[in-house]
Structure formats: structure tokens, C-alpha cells
Write a protein that binds this ligand. Structure first.
Ligand code: LLP
Length: 417
């Protein structure tokens, strides 16, 4: 079931015409489907049945507060990597108890604020971070609940820029060092060891690397238990891929079953940090075709969205499906590169695509819900697009278009400083 469907040749977001939304809110415009988001959250959650688990949505994938609020209402917890994301979760109605704090560069201020707020777990990434957190905990007289992020040295077979669990990546702690640190942490005052954590990469489309990592973590947990260190939970991070083109990633239920299979006889609670698999396919970016440009060796469709709005194709050469919003338009297929207006040659969304476009028509870039808006910027002094959430026939504006005042407001002329 796809909630972005053509009805009589016209693209709909659930029950709402995408053309109508584009006319009402202008373009470029991000549109999210509530039903898709809910289905994907539940696909993870319900696969666990009664097995003790917590899904902590990875806020960085898309951090709009209305989407976080929606996930909170569905029962989600949150994986954050900054105090900025903490503030978003709290504003969305989440509580510190819903939060786990990942990331390898947490500052003293961030650790302090999160500990003062009593978040549920710190996922630590280095020896020095453990000692820094301990000294903050001593100073505050509070107990910090921790897990260590291990680097299991598994190749997730994804793009090199989103590979995080291989030797040589900056993330995590090798297993031998982790063992030593767990032993040291066992006797530390104000440190409560709760879990083992990892995150090996993103857009992972095969089960095997994921299960290799689980096996490595379960082995470690059993060894630690033999040493009297009672690990209560395993946090398997995020990383499950989605279909952008012809990938066939495991269904969330298949992945969850593979995890539960491996831990159920060991009494280990589970934490998952999915981002993309929850929100990725729930978002569209709608853009207007400004110009059709016929070149000597190539044609171009110049659209009003740019790499500042959606950077994944430029950064990772990520495939993006692009469809005419109104497939009834009278136009022949135009074979072209679909490009944005930014002054960079890498501002390209698609190469040599045959697409039905006319100047002034709308196109939809598909599956941009994850790492779309959250990685957008104001490059070329472009206000970022609005975001709307569609639920059945209900449309909610969840972020207005930025204004030039939003962009220029924080700056000072020399004589004003
Ligand atoms: N947990 C941790 C510790 C992470 O670093 C990440 C993503 C996640 C969970 C969620 O991973 P997901 O389920 O979304 O794969 N900008 C890149 C992806 C970067 C992923 C960063 N970490 C992209 O657009 O492909």
C-alpha cells in the first residue's frame, strides 16, 4: 500500500491532491504522509509482540517537532545526538526518560544538561568520554546510566559515507577496549552500566551484516555477564535500508525476528534506533519546473528545488525517483538531467531521465522524508521550504517557509555589532 498514489493521473498524498498543496503552499514543498509514518513505526513495534523493547526514533533523520510529537503519541522513544535535538523532543511532548543520547563528540555542557535532566541512557563512544561523564556525575552527585558503543568491525555494504561500524571509522570502541572499559566502569561510583550499543551504518539492505553485528554484541554481553557485569539491554542502532530504486531491504519484521531469535534465550531487552526506515518513504519534495533547457549534448529540466533543499543525490549520488505530479500534462517525455538552480555543478537530482515535464509543471521527488529537510541549508541565501503533514484529508502546516528576515535577522553590520 502506497499512500502517495495517482488518482486519474494526478498524484495524491493520502486523500489530498499534491497539485493543490503546491498551489496553496508554494514550491519547493515537503509533504509527509501520516499513515506511512504510522505504518512504519508499527511495523517495527508490533513485530516484537511481547518481547521487551523500546523503539527510539533517530531524530536526525527528520527532526520536525510535529513528526516527533506524532511518534511520541505512537509510543516512540528518541535517539538524539545533540542538546538541540533534546530540546526538540521536549518541545514535542517527549520526556527525558524517552531519550538516549548518541554521538561521539558530546560536550561537557551537553553531558551535564542531559544528566541533570535524567535521560535514560548515554551511549558512550570513547574512554575519555566515559571519564568525563563520570566526573560530571560525581560533581552533580547523580548516577549516569550508560552503554558503550562498540565497533564490531562489520562491513554493512552500503555507501562509504554512511559506513560506521568498520575498523578505521571514527565511531565506537573496539571490542577488546570496550571489555576493559566495562570492567573499569563496573566499580565506578555514579555510573550504572545498562547496555551494549552499536550502529554499523545506514541504508543497509542485507540482513547478514546486521546479524553479524548482533552476534558479536551478544557474545560480548555473555562474556561481560560471566565477569559479573549485568548488561540489561542491547541497542542495535538504526540502519535498516529502504527502497529508493530497486533495493530489496529486509522488512522491519524480518529484521526484528532475526534480532529476537538471537537474544531471546539470554534475557536481553532490546533498543532500536531506526530513522530512515520510519520516515524515509513518508516524504515527498514537490518542485516546479522553471525552465526546460535544450543543450547541444544534453537537455536540462531546471527545477526550483536545489541541493540546499535535498542534498543526498549530490552527497552520496543517491538515486531519487522523480515523477510528474500531473501525469496528464500534454508533454512528451523529455530526456534530461533534472537540476536545481544552485551555482554548483553537483546540484543534480537525476541524470538522463525521461520525464513528462513542461515549464510551470510540478514534479515530485520521492522518498525524501529522511535526511531531506534535516540536512537542508540556506546556501545561496535560499529560505528553506515549508513542511506539511497530511493525515487522510487533513492538512497541517508543520513548518512555514522561511522568510528573508529569518535568514538575515541573526547577522549584524559592522557598526551595529
Ligand atoms: N543511530 C545512530 C547512532 C546513528 O548515527 C544513526 C544515523 C541512526 C541511529 C539512524 O540510522 P538510520 O536508521 O536512519 O539508517 N545522511 C545519511 C545517513 C546518515 C546516518 C547517520 N546516522 C544519508 O542521507 O544517507
Amino acid at each position: 500500500m502506497n499512500y502517495f498514489n495517482y488518482v486519474k493521473g494526478e498524484l495524491f498524498a493520502e486523500q489530498v491532491s499534491v497539485t493543490e498543496l503546491a498551489e496553496r503552499f508554494g514550491t519547493p514543498l515537503f509533504i509527509y504522509s501520516h499513515a506511512t509514518l504510522e505504518r512504519h513505526y508499527k511495523a517495527f513495534d508490533e513485530a516484537f509482540g511481547e518481547y521487551p523493547h523500546r523503539i527510539c526514533y533517530s531524530v536526525k533523520a527528520n527532526s520536525n517537532i510535529a513528526l516527533l510529537q506524532t511518534l511520541k503519541r505512537l509510543g516512540s522513544g528518541f535517539d538524539i545526538v545533540s542538546i538541540g535535538e533534546f530540546e526538540r523532543v521536549i518541545k514535542a511532548g517527549g520526556s527525558p526518560k524517552d531519550i538516549i543520547f548518541s554521538g561521539l563528540g558530546k560536550t561537557t555542557d551537553e553531558l551535564t544538561q542531559a544528566l541533570e535532566a535524567n535521560i535514560s541512557c548515554f551511549n558512550l563512544e570513547s574512554e575519555n568520554e566515559l571519564y568525563r561523564l563520570k566526573s560530571i556525575a560525581d560533581k552533580l552527585g547523580k548516577t549516569a546510566t550508560i552503554s558503550l558503543r562498540i565497533n564490531p568491525d562489520v562491513d554493512p555494504k552500503t555507501h562509504k559515507h554512511i559506513t560506521t561500524g568498520k575498523k578505521g571509522n571514527k565511531f565506537g570502541i573496539d571490542i577488546d577496549t570496550a571489555k576493559r572499559l566495562y570492567i573499569a566502569a563496573k566499580d565506578m561510583d555514579n555510573i550504572d552500566i545498562a547496555g551494549v550499543d552499536y550502529h554499523i551504518g545506514s541504508q543497509i539492505c542485507k540482513l547478514e551484516p546486521l546479524t553479524q553485528a548482533i552476534d558479536a554484541a551478544v557474545n560480548l554481553i555473555l562474556e561481560l555477564r560471566d565477569l559479573g557485569i549485568n548488561i540489561r539491554h542491547l541497542d542495535v542502532g538504526g540502519g535498516l535500508g529502504i527502497q529508493y530504486k530497486d533495493e530489496t531491504p529486509p522488512h522491519p519484521a524480518e529484521y526484528v525476528n532475526a534480532i529476537v531469535e538471537r537474544v531471546k534465550s539470554h534475557d536481553i531487552d532490546l533498543v532500536l534506533e531506526p530513522g530512515r526506515a520510519i520516515i524515509g518513504n513518508a516524504g515527498l519534495l514537490v518542485s516546479k519546473v522553471e525552465y526546460l533547457k535544450r543543450g547541444e549534448s544534453k537537455n536540462f529540466a531546471v527545477i526550483d528545488a536545489g541541493m540546499n533543499d535535498y542534498i543526498r543525490p549530490c552527497l552520496y549520488e543517491a538515486w531519487t525517483d522523480i515523477d510528474a505530479v500531473d501525469s496528464r500534462i500534454e508533454a512528451d517525455d523529455f530526456v534530461c538531467d533534472v537540476v536545481g538552480p544552485i551555482c554548483e555543478s553537483s546540484d543534480i537530482f537525476a541524470k538522463d531521465r525521461a520525464i513528462k515535464v513542461a515549464e510551470g509543471s510540478y514534479v515530485a521527488l520521492r522518498s525524501v522524508g529522511a535526511y531531506g529537510f534535516s540536512m537542508s541549508s540556506n546556501y545561496n541565501t535560499r529560505p528553506r521550504p515549508p513542511e506539511v503533514l497530511v493525515n487522510g484529508d487533513k492538512v497541517s502546516l508543520i513548518r512555514r517557509r522561511e522568510t528573508y528576515q529569518d535568514l538575515l535577522g541573526p547577522e549584524y553590520l559592522l557598526d551595529e555589532a
